[in-house]
Structures are given as structure tokens and as C-alpha cells.
Design a protein around this ligand. Sequence first.
Ligand code: PRX
Length: 655
Amino acid sequence: MSTIDSVLKENRLFPPSEDFRVKANVSGMEGYNALCEQANNDYEGFWADLGRELVSWKQPFTKVLNSTEAPFYKWFEDGTLNVSYNCLDRHLAGSGDKPAIIFEADDGTSTPVTYRELHQRVCQFANGLRSLGVKKGDRVVVYMPMGVEAVVAMQACARIGAIHSVVFGGFSAKSLQERIGDARASLVITANEGLRGGKSVPLQAVVDDALALGGCESIQHIVVFQRTQTAPAQWDARNVWWHELTAQQPTECEPEWMNAEDPLFILYTSGSTGKPKGIQHSSGGYLLGTLVTMKWVFDYKPDDVFWCTADVGWITGHSYVCYGPLAIGATQVVFEGIPTYPDANRFWSMIARHKVTTFYTAPTAIRSLIKLGADLPGQHDLSSLRLLGTVGEPINPEAWIWYHEVVGGGRCPIVDTWWQTETGAHMIAPLPGAVATKPGSCTLPLPGILADIVDESGAPVEPGKGGALVIKKPWPSMVRTIWGDPDRFKKTYFPEEFNGQLYLAGDSAHTDENGYIWIMGRIDDVLNVSGHRLGTMEIESALVANPLVAEAAVVGRPHEIKGEAVVAFVVLKQNRPEGEDAKRIARELREWVAHEIGKIAQPDEIRFGENLPKTRSGKIMRRLLRVIAKGEEITQDVSTLENPAILEQLRVSAL
Ligand code: PRX
């Protein structure tokens, strides 16, 4: 993979400027080392101090970490709090008139929402949910476009102790139905439509389709936010308009005081096998994770204008749109649209107009914007920026350097943040006023995060050698379990091979001579397409569910913009198609996958064969498929292959 080749050669070092260092929340390596030392000397005391400093508790905790039922760890278990209180109420006295959100709509209009207004809207909506019978512990699915209401919906759930499960608006009816069914949700919050790039996105219609698929009998109400004037095609007795639900509600709402360990949300993510997993997060530990990383990694300052471009449908949008920035009292930009509408200036023009100081986006967005206009940022005044961040996938050094020079004017540190849906908050990332950065490396673990790279036996590997990335001690914002499947949680993340002692991240990595960590990619069958996690198995199951398909295997191949592209090898029940026929079926299968999972999972390439390369015992040889997908010559031993002729057929058939 070209990215990895260039990463291996990369050793330029970018220390923070003196100016940045002296003003930083954690200043210099002395500052970083002092925190690490505190964590090493008294791990629980370290986290307890942060928990007391950063979180407002109703009932302060006296216990810190409980490992008696490991790996089902508990943090701050006798403390009580409310996350929405922490994100809103506690800022009212000092910063009630400060903008919490600057919302920029798809059409470019922007609206500030102060902390006081946001608090009122959350309270009204929370009261509305209560009036529909939603109570602590109930699951609420949020299928919303990006916007203030998505944040209000999540915060309102947190306020009344309902567990939200946000489903990204690009997922299909089938994916939505599976998630509603798995969580046995009682209510869905959606919008009639979303608006992205000048086009409307059906949302309520997809909810209707999802419910019509069956298995969602737990749903009692569907609350619909009216984003556009388009009338819904269907409206039944369970539907309630958002504006009607909230119109008469009081603007105060007593929060539900939650135990620190009470679940705050579930977020489904892909694994290597089976259905997407409902990653369950806690209230107290999760909130602390988002707060401490806002402070350390984003070096939060009260006059910052923070902008994380992620959708709330992903963990990044949970931790760094909905929770972290509000919990710390920041002003943040929330953007409804896409980076290329009305043209590729959008991000740069928004940074200039809103005087964004801290900008956090994905490498895939950076790469596509370079392609669409590497000189466009230069046409805008980006001097407000002081810090840049990336997340979701490794960034290639070329894109890093462009981001640094052209967007950041050479003066803004770049925080390359490694973390996962399961970790809740950043885990490995430079503290920007302390750790010198290297393009392509997420650098060093945060203080209190004990990351390591180990071999199959769990023993640490030497610098330069690849291995599995693990975390050696539990941390407050970690996943608590997989919703409804504790066994799978244990097996997936705390496997027997490591005596159940190490958290297995599922990534491979190596360290360099400075102890810097370089993420090499997943060790399992999970793809990372444009920073989105997709299970190869999920796409394969979707393909074989099509009546035409007998068998399918899906692999990833490096892609210049998306990081990885999806390549599907397909065997049809009928003869192997050719010419126009093959093109038509490939098109149909792509649409099918969009329909089954969502557009993000559509194969970039489909190759038809009469069969798949298999060993004599019938196992599909995926490593050969990966080589074919890359368009490389097969140099490996194929002697164990049952049907070598099939390789040539697959090699020439890309569509
Ligand atoms: O493979 C790693 C990659 O994204 C995976 C986690 O995906 P998800 O749970 O969807 O969360 C993405 C946003 C936090 C990881 O296992 N990944 C995430 N951040 C980085 C990364 N790979 C390299 N560098 C990163 N900074």
C-alpha cells in the first residue's frame, strides 16, 4: 500500500511553536511527562482527580474503579450525575448568552444558538418525550439530519435518562430496522427530510419502510422534525410532529439523576463477523473522556470556535459534536451540508466566516479537497485557525503536509487522533503544546492510557516490529458491553489468548525509535472506507441475499481518496455474465447493497467469476483476492488452490 510505504519512510518532526507551547493547557514534554507519571504512580487517583475537576456530580463518587467483574469494569460507580446538566445547565450562570452552536444550513444561512436557548430547546423536547411516556432506560433511535435538532434530540434523551441509539442518515431501511429491533427501541426521532448538497434526503420515508419490514413492534411513537415543506407520504396515529410536541412544553426540565454507570447511549458499529454490534457507553466515564480530551488534545480555550465536521451518526459526532464541546462550554459550528456544495470552497469559506480556531476532519475529506482545488484554501482568510485535527484512518504524509502548510499556514499543530467507537474518546494523539508531531503518526498515548503493541502471545514487540495494538488497563470512557451480548463483548475485546487482560483494538501498529505509534490498519475483516467502518461479512451477506447471487467475497483495496475501496467477487447462480449483461447486473448489485445497508457500503468494483479461489478444504483464499483487487501479479504459492484457473478469470473482469 503506497500510504504505508511512504509512512515507513517518514521521520520529519514538527515541534509546537514556542507561542503555542506557552499558552497550551499541557505545556511541553515536561507537562506531558508529569501527567504520565501521575497516572503511573496512582492510576485510580489520577482519573479520580480528573473526574472531580471536570465533571459536575450530583452525588460525588467515592469509588473509582471496580474490576471485580472484569472485563465489565465500572468507573465512579457510586457517583450520580446528568450528562445534559453537565453540557448545558452548568454553563448558564456564566455563559448563558455565549453561542453554543453556530448552525450553518446546507443553503449557507447561519444561525447562532446560545447556551440558554439550547437549554430551553432541550428541556422542551425532553418534556415532550416524557409526555409520550419515555423514561429512564428506554431506547430511543435517532435518525436525523445534521443540525441543532439532532443535538437537541440526543441531549434530551440524556436529560431524561433514555438511551439513544443514533443511526446515520445514510443507512438503509433494513439497517435501521435491524438496529431498532436489536435495541427494542420504543421511539424513533426523525425528520421529514434532510438537505445535503442541494438535494433532499428522505428520512421519514425510510423510517416508514423500516417499520414496514416488521420486527419493530416495540416502537410506540415516531417524532418527526419538519425540516422542509415536503408533506410526508404516510402519517399514522403513532406519528407526532416535533413542533406540536414541544409547543406547549415548559422550558425547564428536571434532569434524571443517573448513576455514573447507567448507559448513556448505544452506537452500532461493524465487526469482522455477524451483525453490527451495539457499543454501549456509560454516563460518567464517557463524559470524562470527552472532557479531558477537549482540554488536552484540542487544547480548549474559552474563546475558541470549534468545528468537528463529523455527522452525529458516528462516534466522532457523539464525542466531539454532541457531548465534548458542550460539556466544556465551547462555541462550535454544526454543519448540515457537504464539503463540495455549492463548491469545494465550502469548508474554507466557513472557517473564514465563522473564525474557526479548531478544525477537526477526516483524511478522506482532506484528500478529496486537495484533488478538487489544492489552492482554494489560499483564497480565504484562514488566520483564525490555531489547531487542526484528523480522525478515522491513517493520513498519508503528503496530505498531512498540505493540511499543515496550506490550511494551517504552517503554524497550526495537527492532532492525528487514534480512537474508536469502543474507546469513546481519543486514546493516542499528540498533546499539541507538548508532543512534536510526525506526518502519518498518531504519536503517543494520552496520559493514563496504557497502549502497547504485542505479538500473538500478548508479549510486547520491539520497536519497528508490527503487532496488535492493545490497551493494558481499563479507562473511564471505554465500551461497557455489547448491547444484549456480553459474551461477544468479552470474546471480541478481551480475548482468551491474552488471558482476558488486554483490550484488543483490532488494529495493527508499530512503534518507531522515539516510541511513536504508527497505525497500519485493521487486523480483522473490517474495511475502512472514507473513515467509515464496514464489515466485509456484512457486505457479503447483503450480496448473497440477492436472488441472483450464489456466493460472494469482499475485500478492500487501497484507494487514493477513500483510503480503502470495496471490491466484491461474485459468483452468480446463472452462468458468469459478460459484456452489457455483466454491467447491468453489477449495477443492480450495487443498488441492492445500497438498499440493504446504505450507499456507503456499495462496492466500487465487482468482479464476476464462475467460482472463487478456494483451498481443497473449501476455504476462500482472501489473500489472493486482495492481490487481484490491487491489480498486482500473483507471486504467492497457489499450490493449495483447488481451482487456479479461476484467478485469471477474476483478474480480467473488473466492472
Ligand atoms: O482502524 C482504526 C481507524 O478507525 C477504526 C475505528 O473506527 P470507528 O470505530 O468507526 O471510529 C472512527 C473514529 C474514531 C480504528 O480501529 N482509525 C481511527 N482513527 C485513526 C484510525 N486509523 C489511523 N489513524 C487514526 N487517527
